[in-house]
Structure formats: structure tokens, C-alpha cells
Ligand binder design. Structure first.
Ligand code: GLA
Length: 738
């Protein structure tokens, strides 16, 4: 594209997406569906005027700007003249809604950026200096970020009133998705060092605190337990300080307006510690702050050095929760996942873990390969236990050479190929067991090594990925295997958290960098490997779903959702996860469990990536047939309907006895509905109202083989009252337009 063309596109963008009204000093970001208005007030503070459904004309700024609702004193004492004066008339700082609040000044509701200067001051007060409108969403230099996005970015340069510190504030809007992306970059122009004490990614001041707040807390085997509470008075926060994003709290959260259909979802393109905080103030407003957790964080910047924060992704919906979810699904699929083969058919995966754990030899694995083929598996994954002396979880991590006495990898791969199957393997690159060659040679590679009693968890230490030397060592070991063998898939696990966050590679004063550098180290290794092996699919994992986040999805198109194999618990985990993440990312398998039939587990797994995890040799003929039936549905419909279609949540198991979701293909010709009940129900009058169909098309359903219009299914519903619903009964219903 030539320069003139770019110039023309930028002009158009300015007309349609981001406008600046110089007279009013108001920016308007819009994609025709939503609007975001920012006011540059007379002293250069950015005030938030409006964020919501598209609004063409903001009217009189004074009528809505924070200036009007504040009546607190903002006088100051002029030391030179010895008199008390008033700040600018239009600037009453205390309760104004701001984009970047000051710190250690009048506004006490929390600031996104806190910096310690040479003189000991923590004060920050950023004011407007200049702006740029950029086509698209610029990539970050040091972190995974939104890619290939059609949209526009407003880049405002702010300068601190008292210090030579610059803040670049980027706010982007996507053309065809109601998504806003925010981040900051701090640049030190002082001749002395400054220390960043807090570097959040965003602030959003809402004019009401009348919201319900939903977050997803959990633990191993109970990931993303949905919790909804009223926004409390005062301060509340959810966070992680474990060095990974998400077992305890997932970085995906949302606010649901109690008065209308407004839902605002938030997520962060980051895989480590975060804090999402709400402060509902004394004037009825709500301040949202989101970014890297500042606990034990500090980052020194020398002259002209900069620090960029992860991107916060905000999904806005004025049509309820599903629209908020769908916006996230779209941005993740189109602008975060980068796997080269994402658009291709994904093979049905069989994972060896729950079928044999580490107790295997070549013969057993060969027999698993053959048996898994019989249930439609197309990719065989050899999980933990193939390397070094790894027969238990006390040993082996860090010594990534094949245990040739235990497993003939080439023979297994040949057998896969004979069966026309692909082959995948398990790694846990960021860990080391004591007793390994790696630890004996390089004890300094483990975090915690500065003390005599090093905390051990799952019998392992966390490697010090702040160091390039450590990353390089693991990279080279992985390359030795991946170069030699035909590997199509890698499961990347992470089974402990960071406790002692001290690195022997860093100086004392650099220890506040450790958590963030570990995250950067994780991305560095993923980046090197995904670039060297672009055809390999990397699946994320962390003791189940402990690192289910957008930073991981940037490199790994899917993430193992949970080790939980109780299907009822999994209904909740998968349903809740899908509120923030697309089904194509949710690693789910039909697995060992005696509670219900394999059929239910497989049908549920279909609403995820689909795969198997059991001893395939113990399956009965009936079970093999059932699983093959679901595999056929996968092969026929999964790509078009579940991966690329639109997801609707029909019944929330957190609120009722049912769990139901449905996916509709983009041409609206095919839909798949999963319905299950938890407790037994008999003789109920029960119609399941569907969503997202074309009201004018006619669809045959495979439940009673009848044909009804889309309108009928959405207004009257699928008739489920004909069926008694036994405990944990499920139905997989396919609708085809005729
Ligand atoms: C974690 C994963 C499992 C399995 C084991 C192997 O717990 O979640 O799926 O890979 O590690 O040790």
C-alpha cells in the first residue's frame, strides 16, 4: 500500500472511528455500535464522559463532566504570592470521572500508575500533551498483544506536571466487535532513575455502582467457580499473586448492570499476577482498575527507559451477558490466537494420562494407540513419564531426554502413522526436580535457592525463567527431541506456583522484577518454540486449568480446562469457562469416571476441543459405539458449528437444575444444543427456548424429527416435556435447516 492510500485510510478512520472536536476538546471513539467519549479538561486531565451504546451527539460537556458533580474544595496556596487560589474553574478533581487518575493528590479512589521519584515523592499527575490517531491496534514490544485487528487507536501522550515522566495512553476500538483495548507505557525522561510501584493497564470510571460483579474463583479440579455478588460499598478486588493467572481467580470478570442489559467484561493479555479492583465511591460512582498485581512489584527505569503494561481487553454489551461473551470469543479467535493451522480441521485427541499415568512401557502404549484408533482418535498424546527416570512425580523434570529403557518413541510414532494418526508429547518446561542432572549441575537455576529450606511443591522447584541462560538450556533440550521426532503437538504443563520470588540472577534491588520477568520468560520460550515449529500445536495446561488466560492463548490455541473428570462438576467448569473463552480453546475430553455413561461425557466434551482420556482397552463394545457416534458428530459439525459458530448460553447450572448451551453455524443452517439436568425430574412441562436461529428458516431436530421454524424454536422452544429426565441425563440435539 502506498503512502497516499494510508493517508486516505487514516482520514476515513478519523471521520468514522475516532474524532476529536477541538472546540469542545472531546474525543469520540465509535464503531457505530458503541461510543467512548473522553474530555480533555481545561487543565489537561482526561475525563470520561461516556462509555456505552453508540451515541452520536454528546451534547453539552458541562452537563455530564465530573466538574458538575463535585463540590469539594480544590483550592491551593500559592507560596510565591502567599495567597490562596482556586484551581481552574472547570477542574474539580475529587469525584470527576477520569481516564488516568493522579496519585498522592486530591483523588483518593486509587490510581493506575504509582511512581517513586528520586526525591521520595510518590505523586503522579499526568496531563494531556498531544495525541495521534493510529490505524489498527499497535502490537506491544515486550508482551503478547492484539494482532491483525481492524480498528483504530487513540494514542494520547500525557506528561507529569512536576516530573519529566511521560505516559503514553493507548485506547483502541475494533471496527466490527464491541471491544475496547487499553494500555499504558511509562517513559522516564528524568536524569535520575524512577521506580514504578504500580503499573496497571487501565482505569474506567463508571457513573453508577449499581452492578453485580461476577468473577471466577477456584482451585485444582474446581476451576472457574462462578461467583456473583452485588458490588460492595468501598474497595473490593480479585487477584492472583501465585505467579500464574488463574486457579484461584481467573483474569476474566464482568459487571452486570442491575437496571438494564449493560454488561461490561474485562480480561488481561497476561499470564501472571493481576489485580482487578472496584471502588464504589461516596458519590455513587465506580472506579475500575486493572493490571499487573503491584504486590512485590517494583521496576526501576533509567533515563529514557520505558515500561509497557499488558493490554486490558474490555467487552461492552448492551444486550446482556451472551453478547459480552460473544465479543470476547470473536476477539480471541480473530485477534489473539496465532496458531498457523487454527483454521484447519483439528484431529480428535487421545491423551494417555488417565489411562495409565506414568505406568507404561512401549507395548502398553502401542496397544493404547491401536485401541484409541477404534474410538476415532486421530492424534495420540503421550503424557507425563516418557523422559529421564520419570516413573513418579519425584523425579525427572528438567532432564528432557527420552527414557529409552521405558519407551521406544520411534516405534510409537511409527504405529501412529500406520494408523494414520498424529503424535504429541507432554512437557513441563518451567520446572525441575531435585536429584536431576540439571539440578545437580545448576542448583542456581531453581528459584528459592538462596535459602536452606527451599519450598517444594509436587516435589519440584520452579526454574528461574528471569534468566536467558536457563531458558536457553530448556530450549536446547526440547529442540533435541522435537528436531529428531515427528511431533505434531506439545502439551505444556505447569504444576506448581511461585512462592519464593527471589532470583539469584538478579541484584537485590531488582527482585521486584521477578514475577513479571518470569512471565516474560514463559513467553520468550513459547515464542522461540512456536516460531521454530509453527506446525506444532501447543496446548496450555497448569495442573488442569490454572493458567487459562489470554497471554497463553496467544501461543497455545487451546488450554486443558481442568483435571476434574466428574462430569457434573465439569458441566459447571465448561459452562463457566465458556462465558469468557471460546469453546475452541477449552480442552475437554471424555474420560475415566464411573459416575455416568461415556455418552454424556463425550457429548459434553464436544462443547470444547473434544478428545479422550481413559484406558481404551477397557471399553465395552457399546461404549465404543457410543463414542464413535459422538466422534462422527465431531467430524461432521464441530469445525463449522462449535469452533466457528456462535455460542449461546441457554440454562445456567449455577442458577437452575439444567445446563444448556447451543452453538449455531454462521450461515444459521445448523445448530447443536447440549442439554443436561442434574437432579431427576419427572412429568414437567418443559420447553427449552433456543437462541440465534434464523426465525424464517425451518429446522428439523433429531430429537423428535419434527420440523419447526426458527421463530417457533426461539419463542415456544424445543419440547422436552415428552422425556423423563433421569439424574444427569443429557441430550445432544442437532437442528438442520431444510
Ligand atoms: C497435570 C495435568 C494432567 C497431567 C499431569 C501429568 O496435573 O493437568 O493432565 O498432564 O499433570 O503429570
Amino acid at each position: 500500500m502506498n503512502m497516499d492510500m494510508n493517508y486516505f485510510i487514516n482520514l476515513l478512520k478519523e471521520v468514522f472511528m475516532i474524532k476529536y472536536d477541538e472546540t469542545k476538546r472531546v474525543f469520540h471513539l465509535t464503531n457505530g455500535s458503541i461510543s467512548y467519549y473522553i474530555y480533555v479538561n481545561s487543565v489537561g486531565v482526561l475525563e470520561t464522559l461516556y462509555f456505552g451504546e453508540h451515541l452520536e451527539d454528546i451534547g453539552e460537556v458541562a452537563g455530564i463532566a465530573g466538574a458538575n458533580i463535585d463540590n469539594c474544595s480544590t483550592q491551593y496556596f500559592d507560596k510565591k504570592e502567599g495567597v490562596e487560589k482556586s484551581f481552574d474553574d472547570n477542574y474539580k478533581a475529587t469525584y470527576a470521572r477520569k481516564e488516568v487518575s493522579s496519585h498522592a493528590l486530591i483523588d483518593k479512589r486509587g490510581a493506575p500508575i504509582i511512581i517513586e521519584k528520586k526525591n521520595g515523592s510518590y505523586e503522579t499527575d499526568f496531563r494531556f500533551s498531544s495525541y495521534k490517531i493510529i490505524d489498527g491496534v499497535p502490537s506491544l514490544k515486550t508482551l503478547p498483544s492484539i494482532r491483525n485487528a481492524d480498528g483504530s487507536t487513540l494514542e494520547v501522550t500525557l506528561k507529569d506536571v512536576n516530573y519529566d515522566v511521560e505516559l503514553i495512553y493507548r485506547i483502541s476500538i475494533l471496527d466490527k466487535n464491541d471491544i475496547i483495548i487499553k494500555n499504558f507505557e511509562i517513559i522516564n525522561h528524568e536524569k535520575d532513575d524512577i521506580t514504578i510501584k504500580r503499573a496497571y493497564s487501565m482505569e474506567l470510571d463508571l457513573p453508577s455502582c449499581h452492578y453485580d460483579f461476577t468473577h471466577f474463583r477456584g482451585r485444582w479440579s474446581k476451576e472457574r467457580d462462578k461467583k456473583t455478588n452485588e458490588v460492595m460499598d468501598g474497595y473490593q478486588a480479585v487477584s492472583s499473586n501465585y505467579g500464574r493467572s488463574s486457579h484461584e481467580e481467573n483474569p476474566f470478570v464482568y459487571l452486570e448492570n442491575k437496571d438494564n442489559n449493560e454488561v461490561i467484561g474485562f480480561n488481561l493479555i497476561y499470564s501472571s499476577n493481576f489485580t482487578f479492583s472496584l471502588f464504589s465511591d461516596y458519590m455513587g460512582g465506580l472506579r475500575v482498575l486493572y493490571g499487573i498485581n503491584d504486590e512485590d512489584f517494583s521496576w526501576k527505569l533509567k533515563t529514557d527507559e520505558s515500561f509497557e503494561t499488558p493490554q486490558a481487553v474490555i467487552s461492552y454489551s448492551y444486550q446482556g451477558v451472551d453478547k459480552m461473551s460473544q465479543n470476547f470469543h470473536k476477539v480471541i479467535k480473530e485477534n489473539i490466537i496465532g496458531y498457523k493451522k487454527e483454521k484447519e480441521y483439528k484431529p480428535i485427541l487421545f491423551n494417555s494420562w488417565e489411562g495409565c499415568y506414568m505406568d507404561f512401557d512401549t507395548e502398553k502404549i502401542l496397544s493404547f494407540v491401536d485401541a484409541s484408533k477404534k474410538i476415532g482418535a486421530e492424534l495420540f498424546v503421550l503424557d507425563d513419564g516418557w523422559f529421564s527416570n520419570r516413573d513418579t512425580d519425584y523425579t525427572g523434570l528438567g532432564d528432557w531426554w527420552i527414557n529409552e529403557k521405558k519407551i521406544d518413541l520411534q516405534k510409537v510414532i511409527d504405529q501412529c502413522h500406520k494408523n494414520k494418526m498424529k503424535f504429541g508429547i507432554w512437557y513441563e518446561p518451567e520446572m525441575v526436580n531435585p536429584g536431576t542432572e540439571l539440578f545437580k549441575k545448576h542448583p542456581e537455576y531453581a528459584l528459592g535457592n538462596y535459602q536452606d529450606k527451599m519450598i517444594i511443591s509436587r516435589h519440584q522447584f520452579h526454574l528461574d525463567f528471569t534468566s536467558d541462560e536457563v531458558i536457553e538450556n530448556i530450549f536446547n533440550q526440547m529442540v533435541d527431541v522435537l528436531d529428531k521426532y515427528a511431533v505434531d503437538y506439545v502439551k505444556w504443563d505447569y504444576n506448581r506456583v511461585v512462592y519464593e520470588h527471589m532470583s539469584t540472577f538478579l541484584s537485590n534491588e531488582e527482585q521486584g522484577r521477578v514475577y513479571h520477568l518470569l512471565a516474560l520468560g514463559y513467553y520468550k520460550l513459547l515464542d522461540k518454540l512456536t516460531k521454530k515449529y509453527p506446525d506444532i500445536m501447543f496446548e496450555g495446561c497448569a495442573s488442569g486449568g490454572g493458567r487459562f488466560d489470554l497471554g497463553t492463548l496467544y501461543y497455545c490455541p487451546q488450554i486443558w480446562c481442568s483435571d476434574e473428570s466428574d462430569p457434573v462438576q465439569r458441566f459447571f467448569i465448561q459452562y463457566n469457562t465458556s462465558l469468557g473463552y471460546p469453546l475452541s480453546t477449552i480442552g475437554s475430553h471424555a474420560n475415566n469416571n464411573n459416575l455416568t455413561s461415556y455418552k454424556i461425557k463425550a457429548e459434553l466434551a464436544l462443547f470444547g476441543t473434544y478428545g479422550y482420556e481413559m484406558n481404551p482397552k477397557l471399553l465395552t463394545e457399546d461404549e465404543i459405539n457410543e463414542l464413535n457416534e459422538v466422534a462422527d458428530v465431531y467430524k461432521k459439525y464441530h469445525k463449522e458449528v462449535i469452533e466457528e459458530g456462535t455460542l449461546y448460553h441457554l440454562c445456567d447450572p449455577n442458577k437452575s437444575n439444567y445446563m444448556s448451551m447451543m452453538a449455531v453455524s454462521s450461515n444459521k443452517n445448523t445448530a447443536i444444543v447440549f442439554f443436561t439436568n442434574l437432579l431427576k425430574e419427572l412429568d414437567q412441562y418443559r420447553f427449552l427456548k433456543l437462541k440465534g436461529l434464523d426465525p424464517n428458516k425451518y429446522y428439523r431436530n433429531n430429537l423428535d424429527s419434527r420440523v419447526y421454524s426458527g421463530d417457533y424454536y426461539m419463542k415456544i422452544g424445543l419440547n422436552l416435556s415428552r422425556f423423563w429426565l433421569w439424574e444427569f441425563n443429557s441430550k445432544l440435539i442437532i437442528l438442520n435447516a431444510i
